[in-house]
Design a binder for this molecule. Structure first.
Ligand code: AHR
Length: 653
């Protein structure tokens, strides 16, 4: 963006004459680069109970008794007079992939069994239905199984009995209805009567899931994600792709098929931060690659899977797969492309069809590694690229640029990746708000030829990276909006961008800030969410050149603009950030326009930079929309102090 020389004069002139209003000229008659329709996306990782305990609607933690401590999440309920025992076994399980189960042996003198705590409680709503299921094998006697929901105050919310068990493993189901709404209920299974029962895969799902898919995803969380209009979804991580050892890396093939056969794996965030330990964090993979693909399709987002490239997390072991043993990793990538796009006659296309999706998923993007760095990455990326490009030149590969946007690792990687003709390079940035304000022009002078940029993970940190004091405050959101104006203005270089991380459970997070906060029943939208959403919902198709002039010194540093044209609606879209403490009156000058017929101005503003949204006060910082009355091509617009403004104008050219 060109800035007027006048700004240099204005510093000297301010004390003598009044400062002229800022002018923003917008060249509607000179549309520039096309903006990628998938420009503004979302990055999902199973961190902060994002999947298990979050998107994946299963309400029972450790349903298959497969955590290393088989009874983690469960409490034995053996009243003193009950005369019985509860033990864990693994001989003759109902599914080889789910070897452990529980045997409840009752002397018949009282009910005994187990209680599950859920994911920091079990969220239930009054009157809503819940699908309970359990695998049971009867031993001696003919006891009943009593299934109850208890509220956090100890009240029974529901109780049903199951009977008729046989000496073979079978699945039994029941519909539960909760009498009350409670975010911290418990599920209890009790053996009633003398005898023994083997129990496994004890599961409870809300009947109401996203698209009412049985065993599906949490609809409120997906709705707010869909409302953001993400152009793509990057998944499943993040460091979780890498694992702290190669043995604990994410392997997409292990996330397909019946859920009870999906092998449980420790979540990399389980013990990553000693200040936020989460010993009960494991991956059930109930949200697996097929479900991710389906989710992308549902919300109209392009799929962007990230695969391990033979490197464990370099913040942990940094374990490397030797170069001459990379073949299975590369084969996983080739098979994934076939799973997504291959004909039903192909091996992996047939597996996709068997899961209920004969049509291809239209995969176009694939990430090789997450946040890797060093020559070790370049060597591995080169091998992946060679094999993938030979067979699938149609797939754009995303390569890593390390964890920082400007350190030595970054400076090493970019030229190397350029030499390798990389398609799109994934830059990451977690920094203070000032970095984002100062770097809104970062891409103005980037090389136009060669690899494109994916700002794959970024978020302003109010305190410092990985600090528990970080808040999703308005200052951070405003600085991100300022930075994003620079991404959009440079849409010929920057093809995609996504905030990180996406979801966090208020009682189970490891990392803050996060775009959307949840508890067991609710979602909370942050100011940062509103910024992302406003950009994605007001993208436009072509960048329009903008130039400020007559800025005051404060405005010169902290006023930001981007403009685009929406071809379908014939609208000019302005996104303007005033990150100064004073309102700016800005004369907007639209060249190539005769008349502005109609329009809206949406403002995200707060006088308090520290303002946050909370579950008690979710609307502290929310967008407010007003109408723009018809005007000529030159008009004054007031940009309130500390504000992000989106102006949509139907224009006559
Ligand atoms: O977004 C949280 C983590 O930050 C991601 O897993 C990783 O890629 C980055 O270091």
């Amino acid at each position: 963006m060109k800035r007027s020389l006048f700004a240099a004069f204005s510093l000297a002139a301010t004390s003598l004459v009044s400062v002229p209003a800022a002018t923003l000229s917008v060249r509607v008659d000179q549309p520039g680069a096309a903006i990628n329709p998938a420009m503004w996306g979302a990055f999902f990782e199973d961190i902060n109970f994002g999947a298990d305990g979050g998107l994946y609607a299963e309400l029972v933690k450790n349903r298959g008794f497969e955590f290393p401590d088989a009874l983690m999440g469960w409490t034995k309920l053996i009243p003193p007079k009950a005369k019985g025992e509860i033990s864990v076994h693994s001989d003759l399980p109902f599914a080889p992939g789910n070897p452990h189960y529980v045997r409840v042996n009752s002397g018949g003198a009282g009910l005994l069994g187990l209680s599950n705590e859920g994911f920091r409680g079990i969220g239930v709503r009054a009157g809503e239905a819940y699908d309970f299921s359990v695998r049971v094998r009867a031993g001696a006697g003919e006891p009943k199984l009593t299934v109850r929901l208890y509220g956090s105050d100890g009240a029974v919310l529901e109780s049903v009995d199951l009977t008729g068990f046989t000496s073979e493993w079978q699945k039994y189901s029941a519909k539960l209805h909760s009498k009350d709404t409670d975010a911290k209920a418990r599920l209890v299974v009790l053996v009633d009567g003398k005898g023994s029962l083997d129990l496994d895969f004890i599961s409870l799902f809300p009947e109401r899931t996203w698209k009412n898919r049985s065993g599906g995803l949490r609809p409120d969380m997906i709705q707010v994600l869909a409302d953001m209009h993400p152009g793509f979804l990057r998944f499943p991580g993040g460091c979780i792709v890498e694992g702290n050892l190669l043995a604990t890396r994410y392997q997409w093939k292990k996330t397909l098929g019946p859920v009870e056969e999906r092998e449980v794996l420790i979540n990399r965030w389980n013990s990553e931060f000693l200040h936020r330990p989460t010993p009960d964090y494991f991956q059930s993979f109930g949200l697996g690659f097929f479900e991710y693909f389906q989710l992308c399709e549902d919300i109209g987002a392009q799929l962007l899977p990230i695969l391990n490239c033979g490197m464990a997390c370099q913040f942990n072991s940094g374990e490397l797969c030797p170069l001459d043993q990379l073949e299975p990793y590369i084969q996983d990538a080739l098979d994934l492309i076939e799973f997504a796009n291959g004909p039903v006659s192909s091996t992996w296309g047939a597996k996709r069809a068997a899961m209920g999706h004969a049509e291809p998923f239209n995969l176009k993007l694939l990430g090789v590694g997450n946040e890797q760095w060093g020559p070790e990455y370049i060597e591995r990326y080169a091998k992946f690229a060679e094999a993938l490009k030979a067979k699938h030149p149609e797939i754009a590969l995303i390569s890593a640029a390390g964890p920082s946007p400007d350190d030595e690792r970054f400076k090493f990687l970019w030229p190397k990746l350029r030499e390798l003709h990389a398609d799109i390079i994934d830059e990451h940035c977690y920094a203070k708000p000032a970095w984002f304000l100062d770097n809104a022009h970062r891409y103005d002078n980037y090389e136009r030829n060669g690899p494109k940029v994916f700002m794959g993970e970024y978020a302003a940190q109010s305190d410092s990276t990985v600090s528990v004091k970080n808040r999703n405050n308005f200052e951070c959101a405003l600085s991100e909006a300022a930075f994003m104006t620079g991404l959009e203005r440079n849409a010929d270089v920057v093809r995609m961008a996504s905030y990180a991380p996406l979801f966090a459970h208020v009682d189970a997070w490891q990392w803050t800030p996060d775009l959307i906060w949840t508890d067991n029943l609710r979602t909370l939208l942050t100011p940062n969410y509103h910024v992302q959403s406003l950009f994605a919902r007001n993208r436009g198709d072509r960048v329009l050149p903008v130039a400020f002039s007559q800025l005051s010194p404060a405005e010169e540093k902290r006023l930001y603009a981007t403009a685009s044209f929406d071809e379908a609606t014939g609208e000019v879209i302005l996104k303007l950030v005033n990150a100064t403490a004073k309102a700016s009156v800005c004369t907007v000058d639209l060249s190539g326009v005769r008349q502005v017929q109609r329009g809206t101005v949406t403002v995200l503003q707060s006088d308090d930079l520290a303002a946050v949204n909370t579950f008690d006060s979710p609307d502290q910082v929310v967008p407010k929309q007003t109408d723009l009355t018809p005007v000529g091509p030159k008009f004054d617009l007031t940009l309130p102090a500390n504000s992000f403004n989106v102006v949509r104008m139907g224009v006559v050219k």
